[in-house]
Design a protein. Structure first.
Length: 383
């Protein structure tokens, strides 16, 4: 099991507050070069947090902005992962630089780390995603992993980022695979929210679920053309859907319609080292298929079976993983999968937002079922 299975909650979490969106969102072609004033209004000594590769990518964009607005910045790589050890090292970097602003640049882990660092140090935070891989640039939530990359716990934050800068010029430089993964992560919003909150009566929760349906439809309709035409209007709409609209849904609906089994399966899979080559959204996309398989087998839900067939066709069209083999797990042992299933089903897991009980053995069966992974060596009949 993870070393920590309880969710860390800020002291003020008992207060009823709406964490719907960042204070300011700037998006457009070349937007980062125009955002210096907005950044400077938040602080004069920013600490820029990113991975080594991303730091090399972003410095040519940020240094002229910092110079123009007389900002004294320090660039700091996070390592070994989005984990407590990295938080400690970056906290020391804040003190050494006397930073008054955190800027997170990159994918989900660097953005989550920057948000949590700013939260702990009571500093404003700017998020600059470099791909369309997740909605982490938007949300008031950070996920924490072990130094080896295994999911540990999530931390609800007291606010969304102060400034989000979505620059299409930067996003266009990311590999196609990252946006495909972002589509997988974003489309999960419908399959999870409709299950966890589909019968809700609260106005904003209803709105969040309906927005999740709209998000799904946008992605189903536009993703294929968007991925073939980088920089097109369809491409921009899919990026906006994956990064921005997905974040809106989490903000409106809160934890109740944020994640269910699909993300829980992702969390469990991170405890298999061989899965670390797969992106977050790729594992989530596979988790949707597992969730639908559970709904079909446990609830005898034929709508879930129909939805799964629709997704399998969609995954084929855009290149999302459908099987454990696609995730690079063809050599994983049954015991490793059982361990991942146990982690996924720990008492505080989001999988328990499903409207029925799921045991780790039922989950394991769904993960290796021939209806999910047709060529995996272990069959559910062998469990």
């Amino acid at each position: 099991m993870p070393s920590k299975t309880t969710t860390k909650t800020p002291v003020a979490s008992s207060l009823k507050s709406l964490l719907v969106s960042p204070s300011q969102v700037l998006h457009g072609e070349g937007m980062l070069s125009q955002a210096g004033g907005a950044i400077a209004s938040l602080g004069k000594s920013p600490l820029v947090v990113a991975g080594n590769h991303t730091l090399d990518l972003i410095k040519p964009y940020l240094k002229p902005v910092f110079q123009k607005h007389n900002l004294s910045a320090r660039f700091k790589s996070y390592a070994p992962d989005c984990c407590e050890k990295s938080l400690e090292q970056l906290t020391q970097g804040i003190q050494e630089h006397q930073a008054d602003l955190i800027i997170g640049v990159g994918g989900g882990k660097s953005l989550d780390l920057a948000k949590l660092l700013a939260h702990q140090q009571h500093l404003p935070v700017v998020t600059i995603p470099t791909s369309g891989a997740t909605c982490a640039a938007w949300t008031a939530l950070s996920n924490i992993y072990s130094p080896q990359g295994a999911f540990q716990y999530d931390v609800p934050l007291l606010r969304c980022p102060d400034l989000l800068i979505l620059d299409y010029e930067i996003i266009k430089t990311a590999p196609k695979r990252t946006l495909v993964a972002g589509i997988g992560d974003a489309i999960a919003k419908w399959y999870e929210a409709s299950v966890s909150s589909g019968n809700a009566t609260a106005t904003l929760t209803i709105a969040a679920v309906q927005q999740a349906r709209v998000l799904r439809d946008i992605l189903l309709q536009k993703s294929v053309v968007a991925l073939e035409n980088v920089g097109s209007e369809d491409w921009k709409e899919v990026v906006n859907a994956s990064v921005l609209l997905a974040g809106v849904i989490g903000g409106l609906g809160g934890a109740n319609c944020r994640t269910v089994a699909a993300h829980a399966v992702h969390n469990g899979l991170t405890h298999i080292r061989a899965s670390h080559g797969a992106l977050h959204g790729e594992k989530v996309a596979y988790g949707i298929l597992v969730q639908l398989r559970l709904e079909e087998s446990v609830q005898r839900n034929q709508l879930a079976a129909t939805s799964r067939q629709q997704l399998l066709k969609f995954y084929d069209e855009i290149g999302l993983p459908k099987t454990l083999e696609d995730l690079g797990l063809s050599q994983v042992t049954l015991e490793e999968l059982r361990r991942a299933a146990e982690v996924t089903c720990h008492p505080n897991s989001d999988i328990h937002r499903l409207p029925f009980k799921v045991s780790s053995e039922q989950l394991l069966s769904a993960m290796v079922s021939s209806n999910v992974s047709s060529e995996f060596g272990v069959r559910s009949s062998e469990l």
